[in-house]
Write a new protein. Structure first.
Length: 468
């Protein structure tokens, strides 16, 4: 590529960045995890359009930084030997800088060599990428010990409330608990993609995004021959979330040649962040690796299976709890599993080499059979795993169950999530954590609706879709 081409591209991207930086953004919980003073490469990975570039720009806002987005068709086919020339033009456009933000860099073959050279020149680097495996594989091979990874999901429920200017401040009355549950049900259906929260048509936006990710990040990247079959498997999985993955069943349903092909297809969908999986908890490593449960990366994907939200409410609730746990696992340094022997428990929280907590998720405990099933599963698993902290998360029920010498706390999902914010506030003394917790505090009175979807919920969401 010619020098004038590089300069023009960088200039146009800088102008887009200036317009973007003038928009009003909703603070994200992961922003504080980006360490702009570290010499380690900061890698932000997550599904397309979840806001990776946005939180990076917010973190760099008061610093002297340059920006380059490789998710640009004009940079398609960029070779390693072009990168030095590209760097010269970055300096030409931006002048001197201390930090460099590189968007979707995995599109460039041999990008790690470029990043290594920048590190030797004492430039602090932030990378974003939409393929978790490609980034981690390259980093593990070429930048061992010199990077930190931040996983970004779509908006959490608490971030959704901030974006919508909705306030949930305590759970003392029936009205307050009912309104909190109502807001949460809206969130389950709409999901957490920033553009959808800003007002884009959910069905159209989500369907187009899902198809674009399957096409560009999987079919093109891995040269998939059976394109229609892969698409059908992806859509089928959106209707079978929160269940164990059976590669043999997928092979038989879709007429694949082997279970290995089915396994690869599911792995590609996970690497592109369309789905998130949990391993089965077992002290036998092979059993843990062999069995997995698959969840949606965003609850809005459930629409793609053609079922109404009311048909999936229980599983959507479980999916939302899983996303919350995954979103917080890096900060609290725990691992999340599911448990299945003669009983099944939705989530096992494994912390410091022991089981810390068992969590069941159910819409309601009003039905006696449901109550008995959930309580029995927790009691048996607690004995098998020697754990005392037992929790059942519901839509809006709260109580304490004392049975057979054990204590089971039943909590409404919204209150449970808010308590997590308070724990994070205690863990983090940073200004952001304090402000974020106060903005969604459970200690003040009443649930009321804000001024609606005004200027404050205007927010740019994520990155432009890349050409593979």
């Amino acid at each position: 590529m010619k020098e004038v081409d590089f300069r023009q591209i960088i200039l146009e991207q800088r102008d887009e960045l200036l317009l973007f930086s003038k928009e009003v953004w909703i603070p994200r919980g992961k922003e504080k995890d980006i360490n702009t003073e570290s010499n380690l490469v900061q890698i932000i990975t997550g599904i397309r359009r979840c806001g990776k570039s946005t939180i990076a720009i917010r973190a760099l806002n008061k610093l002297k930084y340059a920006y380059l987005n490789f998710d640009d068709e004009r940079l398609a086919g960029l070779q390693t030997e072009d990168l030095n020339h590209l760097l010269e033009n970055i300096y030409l456009v931006y002048g001197d800088f201390t930090h460099l933000l590189l968007d979707e860099i995995q599109n460039v073959e041999g990008w790690h060599l470029f990043v290594n050279r920048l590190l030797r020149n004492k430039i602090r680097i932030i990378l974003t990428g939409s393929n978790s495996n490609l980034l981690s594989r390259e980093m593990a091979s070429h930048l061992t010990g010199r990077y930190a990874t931040i996983e970004l999901l779509t908006f959490s429920f608490l971030e959704y409330l901030l974006a919508k200017e909705l306030k949930v401040k305590n759970f003392e009355t029936t009205r307050e608990r009912g309104l909190a549950a109502n807001y949460f049900m809206e969130y389950l259906q709409s999901g957490g993609f920033p553009e959808v929260i800003r007002g884009e048509n959910r069905q159209t936006y989500v369907a187009n995004l899902f198809d674009a990710i399957v096409t560009r990040d999987i079919i093109f990247r891995y040269n998939i021959r059976h394109v229609r079959t892969l698409r059908e498997i992806a859509l089928w999985l959106t209707g079978n979330f929160a269940t164990e993955v059976s590669y043999n069943r997928i092979k038989n349903i879709f007429g694949l040649g082997s279970e290995n092909t089915a396994k690869n297809y599911v792995l590609y969908l996970e690497e592109a962040w369309l789905f998130v999986s949990l391993s089965k908890f077992s002290f036998k490593k092979q059993e843990s690796l062999r069995n997995r449960k698959l969840y949606l990366a965003d609850t809005s994907f459930a629409d793609l299976a053609g079922e109404s939200a009311s048909q999936n409410t229980g599983r959507l609730l479980e999916n939302a709890v899983m996303l919350y746990l995954i979103n917080n696992r890096q900060n609290f340094r725990y691992e999340v599993f599911y448990y299945k022997t003669n009983v099944e428990v939705d989530f096992v929280i494994y912390y410091q080499r022991s089981v810390h907590e068992l969590i069941q998720v159910t819409l309601s405990l009003e039905d006696k059979k449901t109550r008995d099933r959930e309580v029995r599963a927790l009691l048996l698993a607690a004995r098998q795993l020697n754990v005392k902290k037992l929790t059942i998360i519901t839509l809006n029920q709260e109580e304490t169950i004392r049975i057979q010498g054990e204590v089971i706390e039943v909590k409404p999902v919204v209150k449970w999530m808010f308590e997590g914010v308070e724990e994070e506030k205690e863990r983090q003394s940073s200004t952001y954590a304090t402000n974020f917790a106060e903005a969604t505090s459970v200690k003040r009175a009443s649930v009321d609706k804000g001024r609606g979807d005004g200027e404050k919920d205007k927010r740019r969401g994520g990155e432009r879709e890349k050409e593979a």
